[in-house]
Design a protein around this ligand. Structure first.
Ligand code: GDP
Length: 348
């Protein structure tokens, strides 16, 4: 499948010489798309030397990050995320904003990049100069993919994008990670026969800063209004967030564009209020700590599974655990011992 960005796989060289991190940073800040893409590719790479270089680039970019509004758009496949982003994105660009659209797709390994991977989706948006669209990395663990997406947000900010939309499929696990990288978490939902509230007990609805019932058009309009009322009632029953605020429920049509401006106004009003009362910065600070912990976990896990001694023993231990001849706990200890080396003798 062709990449949206033709420079995506270009080698990170300039004029035959290896580019230094400061070459990248300068080019990224000057708005050079291919350098931005290459830096993201380095961040996505699993090669230690690429990762080290990505780290240097990120460090140098850090003073130039933070100046954007970061919004997650989530919802089940088919709810209309791409259509919504296309419609909203067009308006944002018209209003003079520079837009980066990123994706986290935990299913991409299986479906080979179901979101944003297809060139025909968001085709109109992709043609704008002011828009940068980056599909989800097509391999890697959810943790790794989410980590990279967070780094990509920072790189895009350094490149001068003032609005970052992160698209993700509503399958649970990924939401927590996405929630931890954005200023606003928008859940798109659909009116459906009796299943409006299916997600309500789940964490996803609780995480939402707003819910928009999409496809509120044509014959579906009345049902969307009913779903809106049902969501509003149900949300009253949930404990309010720290700011004692129940998330607003809106209706919109990504297809006709009706209600889209209202959704965006809700997002900007929320962020403006959060900036005024300090919760915007506080949320970002907590997120920075979360990502430090995530990075540590991820790195330790990588070290462990890349250790040749662990790799050599893994299949055998897994087979024993599967056969029931070794408990999960004993199996884990055996592998950890491979990683750390044998425990020191205590009785000598
Ligand atoms: P995604 O999987 O969440 O990204 O959903 P898509 O944006 O691909 O939309 C899925 C289908 O719903 C497509 O056929 C869209 O044309 C349609 N769709 C999206 N938004 C609307 C809407 O507001 N109204 C109607 N009637 N159809 C929509």
């Amino acid at each position: 499948m062709p990449n949206i960005n033709p420079h995506l796989d270009a080698p990170p060289h300039a004029g035959g010489r290896q580019r230094t991190p400061s070459d990248y940073v300068q080019a990224i800040r000057e708005g050079d798309r291919s350098s931005l893409s290459q830096a993201i590719t380095l961040a996505e790479s699993t090669r230690p030397e690429d990762q080290a270089q990505a780290r240097h680039i990120l460090d140098a970019c850090l003073p130039h990050t933070g100046d954007s509004i970061r919004v997650a758009i989530t919802g089940v496949p088919g709810v209309g995320k791409s259509t919504f982003i296309e419609t909203l994105g067009g308006r944002l660009v018209e209003a003079g904003r520079r837009l980066a659209v990123l994706a986290i797709d935990p299913t991409s390994e299986r479906t080979k990049g179901s979101i944003l991977g297809d060139k025909t989706r968001m085709g109109t948006l992709a043609r704008h100069e002011e828009v940068f669209i980056r599909p989800s990395p097509t391999s890697g663990s959810l943790g790794g993919v989410a980590q990279t997406t967070r780094e990509t947000i920072l790189l895009c900010e350094a490149a001068g994008f003032d609005t970052v939309l992160v698209e993700t499929v509503g399958v649970g696990q990924s939401e927590i990670k996405v929630h931890s990288m954005v200023d606003f978490f928008l859940l798109l939902a659909l009116a459906g026969a009796g299943d409006e509230l299916q997600g309500i007990k789940r964490g996803i609805v609780e995480m939402a800063d707003a819910i928009a019932i999409n496809k509120a058009d044509g014959e579906n309009r009345a049902a969307a209004d009913r779903a809106q009322a049902a969501y509003q009632r149900a949300l009253q029953l949930l404990p309010p967030d720290d700011a004692e605020r129940t998330p607003p429920v809106l209706t919109c049509s990504a297809r006709t564009g009706e209600g889209i401006d209202r959704v965006w106004q809700t997002i900007t009003a929320f962020c403006a209020a959060a900036q005024d009362d300090g919760s915007f910065e506080q949320r970002r600070r907590q997120q920075a700590i979360y990502w430090m912990h995530q990075t540590i976990e991820h790195r330790l896990q990588q070290d462990f599974f890349n250790n040749p001694a662990v790799q050599a023993a893994l299949d055998d231990v897994e087979a024993q655990v599967a056969a029931g001849t070794l408990s999960s706990l004993a199996g884990a200890e055996k592998l950890l011992a491979q990683h750390h080396g044998p425990e020191p003798e205590t009785n000598t």
